[in-house]
Ligand binder design. Structure first.
Ligand code: ACO
Length: 361
């Protein structure tokens, strides 16, 4: 029996949630191109679309906003747990602990409120721990604002972001909300297939996102920019990096064989918010040269910037600290993971592939 390392090209599920066309670089959620969603709908609308297959009516939107509000309040009920965690603990781990404690207080797993509650609660828990870690001002999460505006408000200790800032982060969060059977969604589905509860399945997804080959790359992209320093050093630095066998962070993708459509959309946002700044010039120079070098080094592989490359620039333009990049990505993905967990529950089949025993003797 043959097997495929990394399950590359293996079809492991049918999904109605999103379609990724890696050859032409297209991504749609429930049949709607993501590029058409950005700027027209907010995070909550698109989350609802993923969970229930349609945009919310005005009445459904009012209830949805209320559920997000209640989810934030439910998160604040476990602040005593978060406030006792060691500051050295990574914020993603702290938020995971918070989610598991929230679950302990809610008993009905089939409760329709569950996806909105956990999605709303995650950044509240995360940013509470972040504030504790760095001795920052702590804002109360019970504000009547959208999910994305609340994220920036809590991050900044109670300062309301501008409309432009909310638009930029909302675009990022919609673009990165869902991406078919990626590693973290798969992990969440495996956990859900055992009938583990939502909080535990979400934590499985969350922890899978922390590795640099999946969600951990954006801060490494900025480390790369810092190490290069200026456009004059781009060629030398990239050549050395590739010669030493290391991967260039923010390039390549398991599915895309052309430019990642999310990277394209995020580039436009970065180009707008960083116009005239040295950091944009450097990022453009690195992108140009890296694509040339990767094409020469891996002919036929078609390595392009992925979502995390330009995401790093957008997140930096919003003054989101490096240490929260992966966590901000996870904040976007909460809605997608919840959608996968709901879909997996409908299928209700344990995911349990086979392995071939290989003797080493
Ligand atoms: N830099 C240099 N070489 C690369 C890169 C890169 N960024 N990406 C792939 N390659 C090379 C591999 O070393 C491999 O070479 P080999 O055939 O000589 O061994 C070849 O291209 C094929 O790569 P694969 O490993 O088959 O690609 P895979 O589909 O497994 O990996 C991945 C995709 C993990 C994203 C990879 O491109 C990578 O490591 N990129 C850098 C990290 C990164 O940007 N991660 C974020 C991904 S986006 C996301 O998760 C949301």
């Amino acid at each position: 029996m043959a097997w495929v390392n990394g399950l590359q090209d293996v079809v492991a599920a049918g999904t109605e949630l999103s379609e990724v066309n890696g050859e032409v670089g297209k991504l749609s959620y429930r049949g709607r191109a993501v590029a058409d969603l950005v700027g027209h709908f907010d995070y909550e609308d698109v989350a609802y679309l993923l969970w229930y297959g349609e945009m919310p009516s005005a009445e459904q939107k009012t209830s949805l906003n209320e559920l997000f509000f209640c989810g934030r309040q439910a998160a604040s009920e476990v602040f005593d747990v978060i406030d006792h965690l060691p500051p050295s603990l990574d914020a993603m781990n702290a938020a995971a602990i918070g989610l598991l404690c929230m679950r302990a207080q809610s008993s009905d797993e089939s409760d329709a409120r569950t996806p909105a509650w956990y999605t709303a609660a995650f950044p509240v828990l995360l940013l509470r721990h972040h504030a504790n870690q760095h001795g920052l001002a702590k804002a109360r999460p019970d504000i009547r604002a959208g999910h994305v505006a609340t994220y920036l408000y809590l991050l900044r200790g109670g300062l309301m972001p501008t409309r432009e800032e909310v638009q930029a982060l909302e675009a990022y969060m919609i673009l990165t909300m869902e991406h078919s059977l990626n590693a973290s969604a798969f992990a969440g589905r495996v956990a859900a297939s055992t009938r583990a509860n939502t909080a535990r399945a979400l934590v499985a997804a969350l922890m899978t996102m922390t590795g640099p080959l999946h969600g951990g790359a954006p801060s490494l992209v900025l480390d790369m920019f810092d190490a290069i320093g200026s456009p004059a050093r781009v060629d030398e630095w990239l050549e050395q990096e590739l010669a030493s066998g290391r991967r260039l962070m923010g390039f390549g993708h398991r599915v895309y064989r052309t430019v990642d459509p999310r990277a394209k959309a995020l580039y436009n946002i970065a180009a707008n918010s960083l116009a005239g700044q040295d950091s944009l010039v450097l990022a453009q120079a690195v992108e140009r040269r890296a694509v040339e070098l990767l094409a020469a080094a891996k002919p036929g592989r078609r390595l392009h910037p992925n979502v995390e490359y330009w995401a790093a620039c957008v997140l930096r333009s919003l003054d989101i600290p490096h240490s929260l990049f992966t966590a901000t990505f996870a904040t976007s993905r909460m809605a997608g993971w919840c959608a996968h967990i709901l879909e997996q529950r409908q299928c209700d089949k344990l995911i349990r592939p086979q392995a071939v025993y290989v003797s080493t003797r």
